[in-house]
Write a protein of this length. Structure first.
Length: 134
C-alpha cells in the first residue's frame, strides 16, 4: 500500500502497489486487478507505476525462450473501501485481504495483505495528516 498526500490540501490518493517478477517468453502486461470487498469481488484497471524491466543478464539477446521480467503495477483504491476492509480486523486472528492482478497474456498474480496491515496503514496516514494540520 502507498499513499500520495497533497501537503497543501491534505487530499490523499491510496494505491495498492505490487512489483511482480516472473519468468516467461514474453511480457504479461498486467492491466486489470480483482480484489475482495465485503460485498463481493471488485474489478478495476491496473496501471504501470514504473517502466517495466526485463533483466538482460537472463535474456541478453531476447532469443532465449525464458527471460526474467519485472512489472510495477497498481491500482487506486478509495478510502471508504480501505475502511470497509479494515473493519474485518479481529485482534489475534490472521484475516487476509485477497487481490489478483490479471495479465493480457499468461498467469494471474495472486497475493494477500493482512487486514491488520490495512488498519496500520490507515492509522499511519491519519497520523501523518495531523502533522500537516489537515
Amino acid at each position: 500500500m502507498r499513499a500520495v498526500i497533497d501537503k497543501k490540501t491534505g487530499n490523499v490518493t491510496y494505491q495498492l502497489y505490487q512489483s511482480i517478477f516472473y519468468q516467461a517468453s514474453d511480457w504479461r502486461f498486467y492491466r486489470k486487478a480483482n480484489y475482495e470487498t465485503p460485498n463481493g469481488l471488485e474489478s478495476v484497471d491496473a496501471k504501470f507505476l514504473k517502466p517495466p524491466l526485463a533483466t538482460h543478464f537472463d535474456c541478453p539477446d531476447h532469443t532465449s525462450s525464458v527471460c526474467t521480467y519485472n512489472e510495477h503495477v497498481g491500482f487506486t483504491i478509495d478510502r471508504e473501501r480501505l475502511e470497509s476492509i479494515a473493519k474485518l480486523y479481529e485482534p489475534g486472528k490472521r484475516v487476509e485481504w485477497r487481490f489478483t492482478f490479471v495479465p493480457k497474456d499468461g498467469d494471474e498474480f495472486n497475493d494477500t495483505l493482512l487486514v491488520a496491515e490495512v488498519v496500520g496503514f490507515l492509522q499511519a496516514v491519519d497520523s501523518y495528516k495531523k502533522t500537516l494540520g489537515s
